[in-house]
Design a binder for this molecule. Structure first.
Ligand code: NDP
Length: 331
């Protein structure tokens, strides 16, 4: 029997478990040129929330009553494709199914000897590349600059902050619990960390943590938190706009301080980006991240849920701050 998770409803506001459905199907078999894949590790990511809306974006919306998809590491359990053999581990944007067939297109073999496999869903995968390329290509970190990272204890943020440190910045992280704030300093080497949930005046707390002002703001969350950081930016500040998770579940138009006067006064640059914008740089960036990882200069954390049926719960946890580092489901 093959479990499959489909989108049952388009969520209104914050998603709930009722928006997903587990169906049972037959295990498929691999035809000529195909491989049979058994799902091993599933990445859940905030951007999947946008794909649950019936609206145009940079990736098409999920269809109702069809399987959801995300980055998945799977094992080849049968192969009629000469490029893959039984036992190979592959990475692809695959369906939330325990078993599925593929013609091999879009699958990448995982070089198991270089790092533990789940690293290819995080630090050596989409989120690590997002952190490294967003920061280095847009933020232009330099020694002595002050970098603030929001969503700092998550998959992207924890790497962005460490890359900033490796490139000589003073790094301040914003996160949603005292425990995570502690981890930012003790494990990820941030200079300062602020719990945005318990701080009465976040703008003032950022000011205190950044006595020389904010030169680079790597923004993962948007909304009010970002307004409070932007009130502290320096002249010529650079703002890689990576994500806006605080707004992903808002169905109403969100009003807030208008940032244009601040950007003008500070001659600041804000640039939204999708990691795919930098596809030409993926190989070189992966090499750099691998090198730092193997030299012990970069570390990563994972929050691992177990069990195929817990994929939706892990996804919902992203909006509750349940993860530290990359959220992954082990099957
Ligand atoms: P994370 O691992 O950071 O997980 C999400 C975290 O966001 C939670 O743990 C929580 O941490 C925080 N969060 C949740 N809700 C809120 C809220 N309402 N306000 C503030 N913080 C909140 O996810 P990723 O690292 O995978 O992604 C981080 C951001 O980067 C997302 O916005 C994502 O969409 C974006 N992204 C963009 C890409 C691109 O190409 N531009 C590619 C990949 C990701 P806490 O406990 O600290 O609140």
């Amino acid at each position: 029997m093959n479990k499959v998770i489909t989108l049952h409803n388009r969520p209104e506001g914050k998603p709930s478990l009722d928006d997903f459905k587990i169906n049972i199907e037959e295990v498929p078999s691999a035809d000529d040129g195909e491989v049979l894949l058994k799902t091993r590790y599933v990445s859940v990511d905030p951007y999947l929330r946008g794909r649950m809306n019936d609206s145009e974006s940079y990736v098409p919306p999920f269809e109702l009553n069809k399987p959801l998809q995300s980055g998945i590491i799977a094992e080849v359990t049968d192969s009629n494709n000469t490029l893959f053999k039984i036992g190979d581990l592959v990475l692809g944007n695959l369906d939330w199914k325990e078993y599925q067939v593929s013609n091999g297109k879009g699958l990448r073999k995982i070089p198991g000897e270089r790092a533990y496999v789940t690293a290819y869903l995080g630090v050596l995968g989409m989120t690590g590349l997002t952190a490294y390329l967003g920061l280095t290509k847009i933020g232009l970190p330099k020694p002595g600059k002050t970098l603030v990272v929001s969503g700092a204890a998550g998959a992207v943020g924890s790497i962005a902050g460490q890359v900033g440190k490796l490139l000589g910045c003073r790094v301040v992280g914003l996160t949603g619990s005292d425990e995570k704030a502690q981890i930012l300093k003790s494990k990820f080497h941030f200079d300062e960390a602020i719990n945005y949930k318990t701080t009465d005046d976040l703008s003032r707390a950022v000011k205190a943590a950044c006595p020389d002002g904010v030169d680079i703001y790597f923004d993962n969350v948007g909304g009010k938190i970002s307004d409070d950081v932007l009130s502290n930016i320096n002249k010529h500040a650079r703002i890689p706009l990576c994500g806006a998770i605080s707004l992903y579940n808002s169905s109403d138009a969100v009003l807030g301080p208008y940032i244009q006067p601040t950007l003008i006064k500070k001659s600041a640059l804000i640039q939204g980006f999708i990691v795919g914008d930098f596809a030409d740089e993926f190989t070189a960036a992966t090499e750099k991240l691998t090198q730092w990882l193997m030299e012990g200069k970069l570390t990563y954390h994972e929050t691992i849920y177990e069990g195929f049926e817990h994929i939706p719960k892990a996804f919902l946890g992203l909006f509750e701050g349940s993860n530290e580092g990359k959220m992954i489901v082990k099957i």
